[in-house]
Design a protein around this ligand. Structure first.
Ligand code: ATP
Ligand code: FE2
Length: 365
C-alpha cells in the first residue's frame, strides 16, 4: 500500500494529485491561459507560484488527507522535459514539502508519465501516439525502454496548432478553439502533406496556412502583430469571408482552414501510427497528450484501428492534458520499484528541461 503525492509544473499547468495503489484519489489543476498570444515562461511560473498552495490543500482535502499528511509515502514531481522557470517553481515547492513532511522524492519524466497513465484504460502493450504541445511522438516499449518509432522533425502538433491560432488572434491554448471552428466547416482546402517514413514535419504546413490566412485578412505585416486587429479576425470571420468574396480573390474562411488543418495533420498522425503498429506487430493503439482531447483525432484513430483489427484506447480528458495524477501514478510505480531520493540528497535534485523519453531506463517493468 502506498500513497503518493504528484506535482506537475512543466509548462502551462500546475497540477497536484494523490494516487493510492493505482487509484486516483484527487487530481486538481489550474492552467495559465492568455486572451491572445502564447505562453510566456516567466508568467507561467508566476502563475504556478500563485496557485500552488491552494491546489495542494485542495488535493489533500479531496483525498481526505488534511491533518493526515503522514500517510503520504513519497512526493513525485515532473523533473523534465519542460520550460525551465516552470520546472523550477515545481521543484522549489517539492523541496519545501519534502522537508516539511519528511518524505522522499521521486523524480518523474513527464512524457513517460503521459504514457504510463494509459494503463488505467486497460491497454497492456500499446503503440502510443503522444500528441501534445511540445511533443509529437510514436512510442512503444521494447527491450527496457520506451522507443521512439517516429516523431515530428520540427514542432510539436499542439504548438503547431497554437501558433496558427495565435496568428489568427486566438489566445492560448488554441487547440479547443480550432476544433470548434473546424466543426463548422466541410470545405477542404488543399494543404501540403508531409510524412517522411515514420516521421512528420509541420513547419511547411504552418507557413502555408499563415499565407492562406494572410490572403483572408489582407492585413499588412505590421497589423498582423496587432492583437486587437487579430481579435477582430476571429469575431468577424464570416463578414471577412463576404468581403473577400466581393473581391473575388479567396473563397475560404478561417473555419475552412481549421477544418483542413485538422484533416491533413491528423491524417499524417494516423498514417505514421498505423505504420508503427504494422512495424512492431502490436495490436493496441493508445492516444495521449493534450491534442488527444480532439474529437476528430480520436475518431480518425478509432476508424484506422477498426480497419486493421487493433484495439483503440484513449484516456479521459483530465488525464490527457498535463495533470498531477499521471505524475503520482508513475511515481507510485517507480517508488514500488525502489526509486526514491531521501534526506540531504533531496537538496541536490535538479530539473532536466531537455530530458528525452528514450533516455529513461524503464527499470520498473
Ligand atoms: P508536453 O507533454 O509536450 O510537454 P504540454 O505540456 O504543452 O505538452 P499538454 O497539456 O499535454 O501539454 O497539451 C497541451 C496542448 O494540447 C496545447 O497545444 C493545446 O492547444 C492542445 N489541445 C488541447 N485541447 C485540444 C483539442 N481539443 N484539439 C486540439 N488540441 C488541443
Ligand atoms: Fe504534457
Amino acid at each position: 500500500m502506498s500513497t503518493i503525492l504528484g506535482i506537475e509544473s512543466t509548462a502551462h499547468t500546475f497540477g497536484v494529485a494523490v494516487v493510492k495503489d493505482g487509484k486516483v484519489l484527487s487530481n486538481v489543476k489550474h492552467s495559465y491561459t492568455t486572451e491572445s498570444g502564447g505562453i510566456i515562461p516567466m508568467e507561467a511560473a508566476k502563475h504556478h507560484e500563485l496557485h500552488k498552495n491552494e491546489l495542494y490543500f485542495e488535493a489533500l482535502d479531496k483525498a481526505d488527507l488534511i491533518g493526515k499528511e503522514k500517510e503520504i509515502d513519497a512526493i513525485a514531481f515532473s523533473q523534465g522535459p519542460g520550460l525551465a522557470p516552470c520546472l523550477l517553481e515545481g521543484l522549489k515547492f517539492v523541496k519545501e514539502l519534502a522537508k516539511k513532511l519528511g518524505k522522499p522524492v521521486v523524480p518523474v519524466n513527464h512524457c513517460v508519465a503521459h504514457l504510463e497513465i494509459g494503463k488505467i484504460t486497460g491497454a497492456k502493450d500499446p503503440v502510443m501516439l503522444y500528441a501534445s504541445g511540445a511533443n509529437t511522438q510514436i512510442i512503444a516499449y521494447a527491450s527496457g525502454k520506451y522507443r521512439v518509432f517516429g516523431e515530428t522533425l520540427d514542432i510539436g502538433v499542439g504548438n503547431f496548432i497554437d501558433t496558427f491560432a495565435r496568428y489568427a488572434g486566438i489566445g492560448f491554448p488554441g487547440g479547443p478553439v480550432i476544433q470548434s471552428l473546424a466543426e463548422k466547416s466541410r470545405n477542404y482546402i488543399e494543404l501540403p502533406y508531409s510524412v517522411k517514413g515514420m516521421d512528420i514535419s509541420l513547419s511547411g504546413i504552418l507557413t502555408n496556412l499563415k499565407q492562406k490566412l494572410d490572403k483572408i485578412n489582407n492585413f499588412d505585416n505590421n497589423k498582423k502583430a496587432n492583437t486587437e486587429n487579430a481579435g477582430l479576425i476571429v469575431n468577424n470571420h464570416v463578414k471577412l469571408r463576404a468581403n473577400v468574396n466581393e473581391r473575388g480573390k479567396v473563397n475560404y474562411t478561417l473555419e475552412d482552414l481549421a477544418f483542413s488543418l485538422q484533416e491533413t495533420v491528423f491524417a499524417m498522425l494516423v498514417e505514421v501510427s498505423e505504420r508503427a503498429l504494422a512495424h512492431t506487430g502490436k495490436k493496441e493503439l493508445l492516444l495521449g497528450g493534450g491534442v488527444a482531447c480532439n474529437k476528430r483525432l480520436q475518431e480518425m484513430c478509432k476508424i484506422m484501428c477498426e480497419e486493421r483489427g487493433a484495439k483503440f484506447f484513449v484516456l479521459e480528458n483530465q488525464f490527457l492534458v498535463d495533470n498531477g495524477a499521471m505524475i503520482a501514478f508513475l511515481g507510485e510505480i517507480m517508488f514500488k520499484a525502489g526509486i526514491k531520493i531521501s534526506g540531504k540528497k533531496i537538496d541536490k535534485i535538479d530539473i532536466l528541461p531537455r530530458q528525452r523519453t528514450d533516455d529513461i531506463k524503464v527499470v520498473w517493468k
